[in-house]
Design a protein. Structure first.
Length: 260
């Protein structure tokens, strides 16, 4: 993992490539509550253009459930890995491989909800993943992390704690963005392409590792200290501007190829 805070901005990908996108903190600014974010028409249009230019080789790789992603980006129903890869939609507009909530996680969620009965803390139950969002109450992040770590000792083997910039999550070990990216890369729409992944948080580092192993382009948005990403963009606005520039270059390239 590089310790340099000066990763260069990514160049425009050459040749056939595939695009993987985190959502919160990458395409959209974070909000105190995940439901408070809004997707504008420009972003929908940009994603639609990129997906067409990439012949479908575009997928969300997110901690949100796919149902939440669909609600956010409606009417788009793009390829996606939700819940860090515990849910998949491998085909645009296709069926979702969903994940349910185990009884032990349901019981733990109720326990932590009672312990952190604070309007500024949002506890999100995402099937087998329990997320505690403390963006609106950063002073409670340490307490929330301690509660989840204590709970880990009482659960069956196979779970881990992931601390983020503004919250903490408890999830199965198999929930990993890198594994989700690898699965997509085995599909017909993605095979043989160079993968590009944009993310912004601790949970994206596993994805950056996978991208680097495939000689892809790993990009962290607003990096803070150590990261496996080999490139960086300073903000959500910069990420969107870069994606728009790449889309324009793709369009220009296509026009030049068909020009007489």
């Amino acid at each position: 993992m590089s310790m340099s805070p000066n990763q260069p901005a990514p160049a425009v990908p050459q040749g056939p490539w595939a695009l993987f996108l985190d959502i919160d903190g990458t395409l959209l600014e974070h909000a105190a509550h995940p439901d408070a974010v809004v997707v504008g028409g420009e972003l929908r249009s940009l994603l639609t253009r990129l997906e067409a230019q990439l012949d479908g080789a575009l997928a969300f790789i997110t901690g949100r459930s796919i149902a939440a992603v669909d609600h956010l980006f409606q009417p788009l129903r793009l390829r996606a890995a939700g819940l860090y890869g515990l849910e998949h939609r491998l085909v645009r507009n296709g069926p979702v491989e969903a994940a349910g909530e185990p009884a032990d996680i349901a019981a733990l969620a109720q326990e932590i909800e009672a312990e952190l009965a604070n309007a500024d803390v949002y506890i999100e139950r995402k099937g087998p993943i329990l997320a505690i969002h403390t963006r609106a109450a950063p002073q409670l992040l340490e307490r929330a992390t301690r509660l989840v770590e204590q709970a880990l000792a009482r659960l069956p083997a196979g779970y881990r704690v992931l601390a983020g910039n503004a919250g903490v999550e408890l999830m199965p070990l198999e929930a990993a963005k890198g594994a989700a990216i690898r699965r997509f890369m085995q599909g017909a729409a993605f095979a043989g392409r160079r993968p590009v992944f944009l993310g912004d948080d601790t949970s994206d580092e596993n994805g950056f590792d996978a991208i680097n192993e495939m000689n892809g382009i790993s990009v962290r948005i607003r990096p803070r200290g150590a990261t496996a990403a080999r490139h960086a963009l300073a903000s959500v606005d910069e990420a969107l501007a870069w994606l728009d520039m790449v889309s324009q270059r793709n369009a220009e390239r296509s026009t030049s190829l068909i020009a007489p």
